[in-house]
Design a protein around this ligand. Structure first.
Ligand code: ATR
Length: 277
């Protein structure tokens, strides 16, 4: 990038209109009075590679990546962080000054950072975690739980084969539980996380029996529309601490913003409000 150019960043995907990333990065740019712009870009699949080669020449310092390109960008990147490699997807690209594209995945980081902020006494090492779902979000969350020292992870998914694949990829600390039997392991869980889209506006409800939950178990959801899902409501009625999914979205954006704009941004209630607006 030419010296003194205003840094540009953005998010690429298709569709892109739903993305909250422009609101969130735009809020930080204004809050810190930094020069820079963050732009949503809808990119067709057959233009992905050429777009990623051209964006740095136009002054872009990096982009976030969303559906459906999170896996595909790994084929184009020159360097891939270990966590992006193990997850098999990237959500953050850094266009380095030497022309190389560096791919990272900050979803798992965002998951853990959100729990540490909202539930400071939560300890991933304290006991087993139940992970509902085995899609892309589950892969990032499982990787981050393992890295944080979670001793055991019980994974359950409607499509058993995807859960088995996670076990294959992430190893012995994972066990697969049948989807219909998820209720049986709740009482031994220290952490429960819904990584499926169930409970989101317009989707069916998540129907997992929670009666066995202990009131000390931390329950969290990656769904944030609505903020209070049925899972979180039921858990709270049992007395469990709960953390909603919005914070994961906010925290996953921190490492990218810091790399692109040289400022570590803060995640606080004002940011939550700005993104919900
Ligand atoms: P993401 O990358 O956001 O995780 P994904 O890879 O499509 O998205 O995964 C979505 C998750 O929600 C999966 O675990 C999926 O289960 P399947 O692997 O069986 O598809 C889960 N999911 C979505 N709709 C579901 C439903 N109606 N019932 C049960 N699980 C569902």
């Amino acid at each position: 990038m030419t010296a003194n150019r205003i840094p540009l960043a953005g998010v690429i995907g298709s569709p892109i209109a739903h993305s909250k990333s422009p609101q969130l990065h735009g809020y930080w740019l204004r809050k810190y009075g930094l020069p820079g712009y963050y732009i949503p870009m809808e990119i067709a699949a057959d233009k992905l590679e050429s777009a990623l080669k051209t964006l740095p020449e136009l002054g872009f310092v990096g982009v976030n990546v969303t559906i459906p390109y999170k896996e595909k960008v790994l084929e184009i990147a020159d360097l891939i962080t270990d966590r992006a490699a193990v997850i098999g997807a990237a959500n953050t690209l850094i266009f380095r000054s030497d022309g190389k594209i560096h791919a990272d995945n900050t979803d798992g980081y965002g998951f853990i950072a959100n729990l540490r902020q909202k539930a400071p006494t939560w300890e991933p090492k304290a006991g087993p975690a139940v992970v509902l779902g085995a899609g892309g979000a589950a892969r990032a969350i499982v990787a981050s739980l393992i890295e944080a020292g979670c001793p055991e992870i019980w994974i359950t998914n409607r499509t058993r084969a995807r859960a088995d694949k996670l076990r294959e990829d992430f190893g012995k600390r994972l066990s697969v539980i049948e989807w219909v039997q998820a209720g049986n392991v709740m009482e031994d869980a220290a952490t429960v996380v819904n990584t499926t889209s169930l409970g989101m506006v317009g989707k069916p409800e998540l129907r997992v029996p929670l009666d066995g939950l202990r009131p000390t178990t931390l329950v969290t959801d990656i769904v944030y529309t609505p903020l209070e899902t049925k899972l979180l409501k039921t858990a709270r009625e049992i007395g469990c601490p709960t953390v909603d999914g919005l914070g994961m979205l906010l925290h996953q954006a921190v490492p990218g913003f810091e790399r692109w704009f040289n400022k570590r941004p803060e995640v606080d209630d004002a940011l939550r409000a700005a993104v919900l607006r």
